[in-house]
Write a protein that binds this ligand. Sequence first.
Ligand SMILES: [Fe+2]
Length: 208
Amino acid sequence: MPEATAGLDRLRHFIATATRLATPDGLAQSPELQAAFAALIAHDDWLPEACTAPHPQYYQQYLLHCDPLERFSIVSFVWGPGQQTPVHDHEVWGYVGMLRGAEVNQRYTRGADGRLAPWGEPETLHPGDVERLSPQEGDIHRVSNAFEDKVSISVHMYGGNIGAVSRHVYDPATGQAKPFVSGYSAPSVPNLWDRSATVRAALPAPGH
Ligand SMILES: [Fe+2]
């Protein structure tokens, strides 16, 4: 699949940038990282088809890449019509980049009575928009597909192996937290590493 391989160049290039910015201890959010992520999200020609499939009941979270030291991971979030997350947190930083359709992000904050209340107005992300999440600044939110009649897709990056992070979902009425580990929606990841078509194309012609 030469087309798919060409598209994956963008993702591989971004992963290389993020890996260079990481230290042995981790990867921090930075303007440089955010700009590189925004550049990836600015194009919609690279996400493999297998990572765009919705489920009739549940939003899907496909792993695109996890750093070998689990310093960061990249996933595609696929929203079926009308689907939404529970109110949840992350325990690690994140960037959310909108690829197709639109999603609505409602942040929550804990009041003096212990309950969770919406914090600020809901924000709608459109293709190319990037949202930053930070546990230090408050990252409890609920995310919904903005559409009742079509699929939306966003690409997320997190400062850890997000599918294996122990985090929380919340009952907003009581503020009660429940442990939550999201996992991933598929057992495989895209093959980013078959660059043979490019290498083959650069071979000298036979007989030279
Ligand atoms: Fe989230």
